[in-house]
Design a protein around this ligand. Structure first.
Ligand SMILES: [Zn+2]
Length: 264
């Protein structure tokens, strides 16, 4: 059998770079093609070895972790990088290698991904404050500080499916502590919208349909209103960034999201 990798991505996305909290595991997928002249070859187990390196030109080494599949998709979790409270931030590149040998007549090497690991134990100042605002519900979302995005309309964004919340550091200056907390819980709500539905595009579509039914009754942007109500369910003193009102029913659905469940 010949194997050839076609794509790779982080947590159900096609994204190959994410910040992440180093004490948490990380879901990744790598897809490949199989070529085989026999039926047995088509169903044979393919084993991939996870390798890492510390720079884009560094030397690859085995992590000791492997993943196997009889299909054409490796879907697995990279073990937590470190649970040490004093380990400093580090970027790690990963790839999967299927070596040539045995049933594998021709192996392959996956595209690489890059994880910018952060240690929230070492967060200080505004970053620590932002993380603590939402840690109870989204401990696996790292805070990435950005300065290059437009600041007029938002103070934070959550790239769909990645393990990070990007914060526009210039905006926090004018934001009260209460509004900041509401904002971070709103972003955490977006993170959970992805996570609670299986971390996939299919799950996101289902979530969108359910959000329209429940949060579209009194708002024109159901997904944003849902994130606002998730924030409000966690912290009732906070403001709703997208305005409007969260009904009692909407708040009870939002509480399900905070509990790690789907809306229904
Ligand atoms: Zn939003």
């Amino acid at each position: 059998m010949a194997v050839s990798f076609a794509w790779g991505g982080i947590n159900g996305t096609s994204g190959r770079t994410s910040a992440a909290v180093m004490s948490r595991s990380l879901r990744v997928q790598f897809g490949f093609y199989k070529q085989s002249s026999t039926a047995d070859g088509q169903t044979a187990l393919v084993v991939g070895r996870l390798q890492k390196r510390y720079s884009s030109t560094g030397t690859w080494s085995d992590t000791g972790q492997t993943s196997s599949t009889a299909a054409t998709l490796f879907d697995f979790r990279i073990n937590p990088y470190s649970s040490s409270s004093t380990m400093h931030d580090v970027s790690v590149y990963y790839r999967l290698v299927v070596p040539t040998g045995g049933v594998i007549g021709r192996g392959s090497v996956s595209p690489q991904i890059r994880v910018d690991y952060q240690n929230p134990s070492l967060y200080t100042g505004w970053k620590r404050s932002l993380y603590l605002d939402m840690r109870q519900f989204c401990p696996d979302a790292a805070i990435r500080g950005l300065s290059s995005l437009p600041v007029a309309w938002a103070a934070a964004v959550t790239p769909r499916g990645l393990y990070e919340i990007d914060v526009l550091s210039s905006d926090r200056v004018t934001m009260t502590a209460s509004n900041q907390k509401a904002m971070m819980l709103h972003e955490c709500g977006h993170h959970l919208q992805w996570q609670n539905y299986g971390a996939s595009g299919t799950g996101w579509n289902l979530m969108s349909q359910q959000a329209t039914k429940i949060f579209g009754t009194n708002h024109s942007q159901p997904i944003e209103h849902m994130a606002d109500c998730v924030s409000h369910a966690a912290y009732s003193a906070g403001y709703l960034g997208y305005g409007g009102v969260c009904t009692t029913t909407q708040l009870s659905y939002a509480a399900r999201i905070l509990a790690g469940k789907e809306l229904y």
